[in-house]
Structures are given as C-alpha cells and as structure tokens.
Design a protein around this ligand. Structure first.
Ligand code: GLV
Ligand code: MN
Ligand code: MN
Length: 416
C-alpha cells in the first residue's frame, strides 16, 4: 500500500493557512497557532473534522489532547498510536508538529483507500501545547497524559497576561471530559521535520531517531533599581540589564570551555522594564534553554550557571529569582522501533542515518509508556525551524510518510 504524498503535502498547506500571518523579517507568510489561542482552536477543529471524515472516533481529554481512533479486527488489543502536535511557536512554518499529525491521518486515509482493517486499532493523536511558548512548560499535554505532570498543576499555569490553561482550554472549546491517563499503546510513532542541518548536509533522505537530548528551561527575574540614564553615576547603578548580559556571555563561555560536552545554551527571551532608551531598567526577565545529550554534563552546566548568576547579581546589587519552567532528561527511543524504521527506509531504497533529536518532542513523554520512536524528514536551508522559512520537499515528506506507514503497519498487524 502506498500513501498519497500529494494529499499529505496539500494537507500541510491547508493547515498552514490557519493562523497565517505576514512575517516582516522573513518577508514570508508564517504560522502563528500559539497554544489555546483562537487560531489553535481553529486548527484543532479543522483536524477534528478531517478525523471524523476519515471515520475516526474522536475523544478529547481533560487537558485538551485529541485522539482519533480507528477500530481494529482485534479491537480489544492495545492500539498503535501515531501523534505529534499542531500548536506552534508564534513564528512558525507549516511542518513542525503538523507533519506528524497529518502523516498519521495520511496513514488512515491510505487504509481507507484500500478498504483495509488492521489487526490492532490505530489512533492518531495531537497533544496540547507541545511548544511551551505561551504557558512556559513544553510537552504539556503529553506530559499530563503520561503522568509526569499533574493535571491540576497544568491547569494552573498562566500566560504572561495571567490567563490560565484551564480557562483558555474552555475558551476554545477543548476542555474535554475524557480522563487524561493514557493506557499504554502497543507502540508510539512520530514523524517530524528534523529542524536542523544534519540530514541535509549528509545528503540523507531520512533520519532514524535514536532519542532526544536533555532539556532544561529556566526563567530568571533580575531586579535592580531604575534610574535616570543621564544623571545617575555609573558607580551608583544596580542594573539588571548588565547582569543579564553577563549571564548571556557566560553561556557562550561555558560552551567554549569544552567542559560540558555537547552543551547548547540559548537566552531566547530578554525583556527589560520599563524598556526605554533613557532609563536604567528596574527589572529584566530572561530565559535560559540548556540542552545536552549527556545528563551528567547537563547537571554540571546547570550548577555552573546557578553559581554564576548568583555572583553576577550580587556584584551589581541585583536580586535574582530563578524558576525552573521545564526539565527533561535525555530520552532514548526503543531499539525495536529504530530497527523497524531503518528496515523500512532500506526497503524503500532511502539513504538514512541514525540521529539524536536536538528538539523536544511528544515522543519523549510517550517513551515512558510504551516503545516509542521517531522518523525524521530532512529540511532545507540548514534545517531552519521555528521560523516561516522552515521547508522540506514533497519527495522528502512522501518518503517520511511512507516509512511511517510501513512501521505503523508492522506494529498494527501484530496480534500479540
Ligand atoms: C520544541 O520545539 C523545542 O523547543 O525543542
Ligand atoms: Mn515539534
Ligand atoms: Mn517546535
């Protein structure tokens, strides 16, 4: 059975028009379906309609995760689950997350085309707020469904405007009533754009994902003293902007020191209050994203950073509050899923290689429940992602979809 690559490509285009905005910097149309906004709601309704049109039984749970289920011949058996997310960062392209969900629906559509019923049920899932850009915690829906995060804690998270996850789920009509706890599926599969340059540079057509690196997010609130830029002598200042700048430079120095293995460090948010040209800021809020495939090295980097922040703040007379907003260890994927992905790629004559995921994914949460694994599709332009320029080719997308199909079938036809 062959998937319809054109149908999959067209479905990415169609979903990509929901939440579309003109990006002045990229000079391109981008996608903004930030979690639990009206645009996310519209995208969700579109995907739910497609699920229903394909004959799936749709369930929405109490954290807004959506599951579309197709019955199997042996319907009492645990299902094969295919999933990802359709929420986006505010400056997204059309592929991140959406590919995994729409490729899952393409698997279902192919089964419908052929009138084929698998032994096991097949479920296509999209999880709530994978990106974490609005409420500060990524993998929200899949972390709740797999028991890492309590529902009450997830509900209570607030966005910068003070709105809670629970109220915003209700506002877009996705505060479901199904219990959040997920019974372990037979296997979990996720097809995703790579979001980096490795496969493209190596001339590969597909990536067999071995696991996801560890991720540590924290938010620093640095409070000093607001002052007039012209009249306040330098030695009398308590400038939280200076502390943030020193922390930012220190992150690069930590990486350059070579002491922390393959550490990646990013200060993605840097916000001064009042944020005006002629005022020493009273407060700076900044975020740090640390990633490392080695948990021990990640912990050493966290400790180094904590020490440096305290020292830099004390030297400037600035107070510091640190809040850990997300933390996941490196997660290896099931060797069995990796083997089947590699075999399917070989059978299709695709050049493929093993690759560690630099980005976080819902599959890292599902790996606690079941055999989980991922298929990576190469991107273009050094794999740029979280940006409207994110792009892949119809051929690469079709290849990823076909591998997903083969691996899903290999699990879905297993009677035990
Ligand atoms: C998810 O997109 C991440 O930040 O890795
Ligand atoms: Mn993603
Ligand atoms: Mn993303």
């Amino acid at each position: 059975m062959q998937i319809n690559g054109q149908r999959l490509w067209d479905s990415l285009e169609t979903l990509g028009r929901i939440g579309r905005y003109w990006d002045e910097v990229a000079q391109l149309w981008g996608v903004n379906r930030l979690a639990l906004t009206a645009a996310d709601g519209e995208g969700r309704r579109h995907v739910v309609e497609r699920m229903r049109a394909l004959g799936l039984t749709v369930t929405v749970d109490q954290i807004g995760n959506v599951y579309g289920r197709r019955a199997g011949r042996l319907d009492h058996l645990a299902p094969v689950m295919i999933g990802s997310h359709i929420d986006s960062v505010p400056t997204a392209g059309r592929f991140d997350g959406c590919l995994g969900v729409l490729a899952g629906l393409e698997v279902i559509a192919t089964l419908v085309d052929h009138g084929h019923t698998t032994a096991r049920p097949v479920v296509v899932a999209f999880f709530t707020d994978e990106e974490g850009c609005r409420f500060g915690t990524d993998m929200l829906g899949s972390a709740v469904a797999t028991g890492r995060l309590a529902l009450a804690d997830a509900y209570a998270l607030r966005d910068p405007a003070g709105l809670t996850v629970k109220d915003e789920l209700a506002a877009i009509g996705f505060l479901g009533d199904a219990p959040v706890a997920l019974a372990p599926p037979h296997a979990y599969l996720e097809c995703h754009i790579e979001q980096g340059p490795v496969l493209e540079h190596a001339g590969m057509e597909l990536g067999v994902v071995t696991g996801v690196q560890g991720i540590s997010w924290q938010e620093l609130t640095l409070v000093g003293r607001s002052a007039h830029a012209g009249t306040t002598p330098m030695e009398l200042r308590r400038d939280p902007g200076l502390v943030a700048a020193r922390v930012h430079v220190h992150l690069r120095e930590m990486v350059a020191s070579g002491q922390y293995g393959q550490l990646r460090a990013t200060m993605g948010r840097l916000e001064a209050t009042p944020g005006l040209v002629n005022i020493v800021p009273s407060r700076v809020i900044c975020t740090v994203d640390l990633r490392n495939p080695d948990e021990a090295a990640l912990q050493r980097a966290e400790a180094d950073l904590a020490r440096f922040v305290e020292e830099a703040a004390a030297a400037e007379g600035v107070t510091v509050q640190r809040r850990q907003t997300a933390r996941t260890p490196p997660v290896p994927f099931a060797p069995e899923v990796q083997r089947r992905v590699a075999e399917a790629a070989t059978a299709l004559g695709l050049r493929h290689q093993a690759i560690v995921s630099g980005a976080g994914h819902d599959a890292q949460e599902m790996a606690r429940l079941t055999r989980a694994g991922m298929v990576f599709v190469p991107g273009l332009y050094d794999g740029i992602s979280h940006n409207p320029r994110e792009l892949s080719t119809p051929e690469a997308i079709a290849a990823g979809g076909q591998v997903l199909f083969s691996v899903a079938m290999s699990f879905a036809e297993e009677a035990e």
